[in-house]
Design a binder for this molecule. Structure first.
Ligand code: AMP
Length: 233
């Protein structure tokens, strides 16, 4: 039986994908969305939607994001609260890029403690994707995405067949503004200072699964799947 067939329809509960920018959280989230039929909640994606739509929140967040700094806890928690109240989160969800600070993690603990999934109360499964600094830097500077279908490429590791062009719909690929070398340095620094402490926070809660994010995408999926299935058995 395929992985998608054996996992679809299962109650997954809350899953947190931790890891630095470029560690593969987004790519892996998309695979798990397909396998379990639950939504990926990426605070970065929600913020970028606000920026594109030109909302008040987007205008507030844009410059902060372009510099590679973190948006305020208050704004991000409010966004997550709204998103988690939607009915597609009833069987579970994958948090990608949230929480990123201790304040966000503590706030999330309170929200999750009050939530049930088809009547079951489930603690979060936390998966930490470990990738070295040099590898992250290359992954981020090489990252390109398709503005039409969202597919992600990397000019070093996973180039499109025709340079700068999406294999699927031939759109011209784009580089995120915060994937400039300067913004990447700021993003990796804010990860080290503000997000890495969460690894210890969840380890102490006994919720943490550390996986090697430098292996092939398929091997990383296997490790993450094993972590999820171990906690949800
Ligand atoms: P990402 O796509 O997850 O790398 O996020 C892009 C940018 O959105 C980050 O560099 C931050 O500026 C902002 N952002 C995303 N998630 C959060 C969060 N949980 N807390 C604060 N800022 C965030």
């Amino acid at each position: 039986m395929s992985e998608a067939a054996s996992t679809s329809g299962k109650v997954l509960g809350p899953v947190i994908f931790l890891g630095a920018p470029g560690a593969g959280k987004g790519t892996q989230s998309k695979k798990f969305v397909e396998m379990y039929g639950v939504p990926q909640i990426s605070t970065g994606d929600i913020l970028r939607e606000h920026v594109s739509a030109g909302t008040a929140l987007g205008r507030q967040a844009k410059e902060i994001m372009d510099r590679g700094e973190l948006v305020s806890d208050k704004i991000v928690c409010m966004m997550v609260e709204t998103r988690l109240s939607q009915p597609d989160c009833d069987r579970g969800f994958i948090l990608d890029g949230f929480p990123r600070t201790l304040e966000q993690a503590k706030w999330l603990d309170g929200v999750l403690a009050a939530k049930t999934y088809e009547g079951k109360s489930l603690a979060p499964v936390v998966v930490d994707f470990e990738v070295s600094y040099n590898q992250l830097f290359k992954r981020l500077t090489g990252r390109r995405s398709c503005p039409t279908c969202g597919r992600i490429y990397n000019v070093y590791f996973q180039p499109p067949r025709v340079p700068e062009t999406c294999d699927i719909d031939c759109s011209k690929l784009v580089t995120r503004k915060d994937d400039s070398e300067e913004a990447i340095s700021v993003r990796l620094k804010s990860y080290e200072e503000q997000t890495r402490p969460l690894v210890e926070y969840y380890r102490q809660q006994g919720r943490l699964h550390v996986i090697n994010g430098e292996e092939s995408s398929e091997a990383v999926t296997k490790q993450a799947l094993a972590a999820l299935e171990a906690d949800r058995r």
